[in-house]
Write a protein that binds this ligand. Structure first.
Ligand code: PMP
Length: 395
């Protein structure tokens, strides 16, 4: 069939990397590719009790439609929870979304027209590019260092493109680099956004998975003009299968974004919202998060110890203080996509995500993203050791 597609479909394509990663689903492959939580941390028994009680006591409400904004009791809990990252907001500023990914889609729908300039970190989260692409923007990537997006470069970009629409950032333990934006840069980012009248999308799904260092206030906490959209998620602190997140914005903007959500999916699952709300009443979410952090910290340490032992010194990597990923940089002559196709998958039986797809424009080919939350400890040692052997032959 020769479909008369909308122009935007041109930008909706499976990437070669995605195809490559499908090979990583083979059970004989050790995959550091996905961004999955460790399934061992899912509180299955507790959730079973929670769902039982919700259905028994509130079944008629929990299986019914509810408002697009989501369950009031859950929104109230979240309004309280975000106080500790410096966000003082009201329930009218916060609504429930289908994971952080929907927040990105809603922001794109509300702000991006064909050809608009969107500024991202370079590299940036693949899923954000996928959410923005159908709205046909142009991207400008701003380099990062160990303190996050570089503000001198951002200012130069804004001077050149004062009409830029959005700045997208993952300020904590960024996907893919694991880097966290410093306090000074958070403040500077808001100052620049104010000066050039740009909206900031602060995507913070990993914020609570910090196992070293000090918590930092959110970028939203420095926002005095209603220009920061803050997006949070239950995916990494409870379960991604529940598809629950939250979006915080200026009241009028939150209302518009919520209308867009209504048009797209009416609301989140009422049952899941009741369940998470009750989970937070019956159990201590922070205690659960502490358990997740302990598990990942241990896996991270194992990953770095093995990287240090198995990899040549010419391969460098970031040391994240939290989150799920590290970012490896190989010598210039190594193209990580070719390495994966020709050696890592067939010989070492290891998958990762080649770095090139995280760059919105200029593609650097000598990086890869490695996840350390999903694989078992044995597989972390086995996979990194085998990968190290083939990498050593090439360095
Ligand atoms: N933002 C970032 C930076 C992510 O890494 C992810 C997924 N891992 C998401 C948003 C979306 O996650 P979810 O929709 O499950 O909250």
């Amino acid at each position: 069939m020769n479909y008369k597609f909308a122009n935007r479909i041109e930008r909706v394509k499976p990437s070669a990397i995605r195809e490559l990663l499908k090979l990583g689903a083979d059970p004989s492959i050790i995959s550091f590719g996905g961004g999955y939580p460790d399934p061992e941390i899912f509180p299955i028994e507790k959730l079973r009790k929670v769902y039982d009680q919700v259905l028994l006591e509130e079944g008629k409400l929990a299986l019914q439609y509810t408002g697009t904004e989501g369950l009031m009791a859950l929104r109230e809990k979240l309004v309280n929870r975000v106080k500790k990252i410096g966000i003082s907001c009201d329930v009218d500023n916060l609504f429930i979304i289908q994971g952080g990914q929907q927040g990105l889609d809603l922001a794109a729908k509300a702000f991006i027209d064909y050809g608009d300039i969107i500024i991202t970190e370079n590299p940036t989260f693949l899923g954000a590019l996928a959410a923005f692409n159908p709205y046909e923007p142009e991207y400008i990537g701003v380099s990062m260092d160990e303190n996050g997006m570089r503000m001198d470069e951002l200012e130069a970009v804004l001077q050149k493109h004062p009409n830029a629409k959005l700045i997208y950032t993952v300020p904590e333990f960024q996907n893919p680099t694991g880097v966290t934006m410093s306090l000074e840069r958070r403040k500077a980012l808001v100052d620049l956004a104010n000066k050039y009248n740009v909206v900031i999308v602060e995507d913070s799904p990993y914020r609570e998975i910090r196992y070293e260092g000090e918590d930092l206030p959110s970028i939203k906490s420095f926002d005095t003009e209603g220009r920061v959209i803050h997006i949070g998620s239950f995916s990494k602190i409870l379960s991604p299968g529940l598809r629950l997140g939250w979006l915080i914005a200026d009241r009028a903007l939150a209302e518009k974004l919520c209308l867009l959500k209504m048009a797209s999916d009416t609301q989140n699952s009422t049952l899941n919202m009741y369940a998470v709300n009750r989970f937070m009443d019956m159990y201590d979410l922070d205690e659960h998060i502490a358990h997740i952090k302990k598990t990942y910290k241990h896996k991270k340490e194992l990953m770095f110890q093995t990287l240090q032992e198995a990899f040549p010194k010419s391969v460098t990597y970031t040391y994240p203080q939290g989150g799920l990923f590290t970012w490896l940089t190989f010598p210039q002559h190594i193209d990580t996509k070719i390495l994966m196709q020709e050696r890592s998958l067939p010989i070492a039986k290891v998958a990762y995500v080649p770095g090139e797809s995280f760059f919105p424009n200029m593609q650097e080919r000598n990086h890869c993203r490695i996840n350390y939350s999903y694989m078992s400890e044995d597989n972390i040692i086995k996979g990194i050791t085998s990968l190290g052997e083939i990498v050593k032959e090439m360095c």
